[in-house]
Design a protein around this ligand. Sequence first.
Ligand SMILES: [Zn+2]
Length: 410
Amino acid sequence: MKQVVIVIVALVTMLSCTKSEDKLEEDQPLAKGRIVAKNSDFGFNFSDFNVLQDTVQKGDTFGTIINKQNIGDRKVYQIVQSVKDTFDVRIIKPNRAYTLLRSKDKKNKLQLFVYQPDALSYYIFDLRDSIIVAHKKTRPITLRRRTIGGVLKGSLSETLENAGVEAALANRITKIYSWSIDFFKLKKGDRYGITFTEKFINDSIYDGVDNLEASFFEYKGKLVYAFPFVANPTTGKVEYYDEEGKTLRNFFLKTPIKFSRLTSRFTMNRFHPVQKRWKAHKGTDYAAPTGTPITTTASGVVEKTGYTAGNGNYVKVKHNGTYSTQYLHMSKILVRQGQHVNQGDVIGRVGSTGLATGPHVCYRFWKNGKQVDALKLNLPNGEPMNGNNKVRFMQKIAPLKLELDSIADL
Ligand SMILES: [Zn+2]
C-alpha cells in the first residue's frame, strides 16, 4: 500500500513539473507542494481551486501543516479542536500525501485539506464554513479477474514480473505448494497457469492481488493443481487442494511403526535408562520387535543417514522448508542420502543400536531446525473431504480446471 502511495506521489510530481509552477509560486508565496495534474479527485473539480499536493515531512503535524497556510494561530487552534473527535491527528505520518485546495480568488484561502494515509482512503477537512468538518472516505475497489500461463521462461518471480503481477503472489504460491513443489527445480519450458483477481482503486490504480482462484504447475512431468476451498464454514479457513480434493499440505502419519507401544514421551527431563542420569528426551519412543519396518511419516528427501554412539543407525528426512523427522536405533538403514521417499515408504528396520535398552525407534520431529514434540503439534489435517464437501468442491473447480487445462493443452 505504501508503495502505491509513493508511486502516485511520484507520478503527480513527474506530471506537474511544468513551467507554470514557477509563476504560480511567485504569485502565491504561501503555496507549498506541486500542482496536481489531475482534473478531479476526492469528489472535487480541480479547476475550481488552486490545487497543490505535497507529502508530510518528518516532524510535520496536522497543526504545523495547517499553520503554514497562514490562516492564523487562532483559526488553526479552532480547526484542530473541532476535528479532534472525528480524527486522530496522530495518523498524520511522514511521506503520506496531502492535497490543499485553495480558493481561486486573490485571497488564495485554504478551503479544503485532504490527507491520504494510504492509497485506499483519505480524509477531507472542509474549512469553507465556520463549522469545520472532517470525513473519512474510502475509494471504491474493483476486482478484475485474470489468467496467465504458458511455459515458464524463467523463475516464478520473473514470470510474474513479466506479466506485471505483484511479487507477493510468488510468495503466496510458493507457500501453497511448499509441500509439493520445489520452485528452484522448475525448469524453463514447464507449463503453468494461474487464475487470480486483482484489486484496482478507483478502477485504475493497481493495488495488488486479491485472491488466487486456481493454479497449476508442471513439476517432474506432472501437473500439480491448487484450488482454494473452505471445507469448514465455521472456521472459514481457506486450504488448498488438488484436482481430486486432496490437501496440498502434506500430513504426517501418527507413528513411524504400524503396531507399536509408546514407551517414552518427549520431555525436557527424564531419567535415562542407559546413562542412569536425568536429561532431556527430545523424541518419542515406540517399542517394537527387531526388524519391524519403520516408515517415513511424510514424503520428502532423505537428508542424512548414519551412525553415532548415541543415535545408533539413524535416518533423517526433510519434508519441506519447515519440517524434518528423524528415526533412531535402527538395526538396518534401507535408504540413502538424497533419495526421495513417499509417505509410508519403509526407510529402515527397528533395532537397538546406539544407546538403547531394547528394540525401539526414537522418533524425533524438527520444526524450523528445532526439536519439538510431535504429539503436541497441531499438524495439517490429512482427513479426506467428506461427501458433501467433495461434491461442492468438484462443482466449484470444474470450470476453473477447464480454463487452466486449455492452457495446459497448448
Ligand atoms: Zn528416544
